[in-house]
Design a protein around this ligand. Structure first.
Ligand code: SF4
Length: 113
């Protein structure tokens, strides 16, 4: 009985080790986050500005002062708030929390208790 338990324990450890090691290697190999530049061709096509107050109101009449990346639904879910946040519209490149682009979609309000 005891040797069977030992065998199962060793089997579980040996089976999980490559997964754990692989996860660590992947985490170490992940490239550092890249900031989206306003000069990026896709950013230019979507009118991305790092400062929402600098958006051209004539070119983007749908823009309002309250619209900014920090309240956009396209910020990668679960990412921590900060000066820059990853945006799923730009392959998780970091965008300015105070930025804006024409893909803006307001985050839904959290459900009321
Ligand atoms: S999609 Fe949203 S979070 Fe991403 S750059 Fe545009 S406004 Fe900002």
């Amino acid at each position: 009985m005891n040797s069977r338990r030992n065998f199962l324990f060793k089997l579980a450890v040996s089976a999980s080790a490559p997964v754990a090691l692989g996860g660590r290697l992947l985490a170490q190999d992940a490239p550092p986050p890249v900031k989206l530049e306003e000069t990026d061709p896709v950013a230019m096509a979507l009118g991305y500005k790092m400062d929402t107050t600098k958006v051209d109101a004539v070119k983007y009449p749908q823009h309002t002062a309250e619209q900014k990346c920090s309240v956009c639904a396209l910020v990668t879910p679960g990412s921590p708030a900060g000066e820059f946040v990853p945006c799923s519209a730009f392959q998780n490149k970091l965008v300015a929390s105070n930025g804006w682009c024409m893909a803006f979609a307001k985050k839904p309000e959290p459900p009321k208790p």
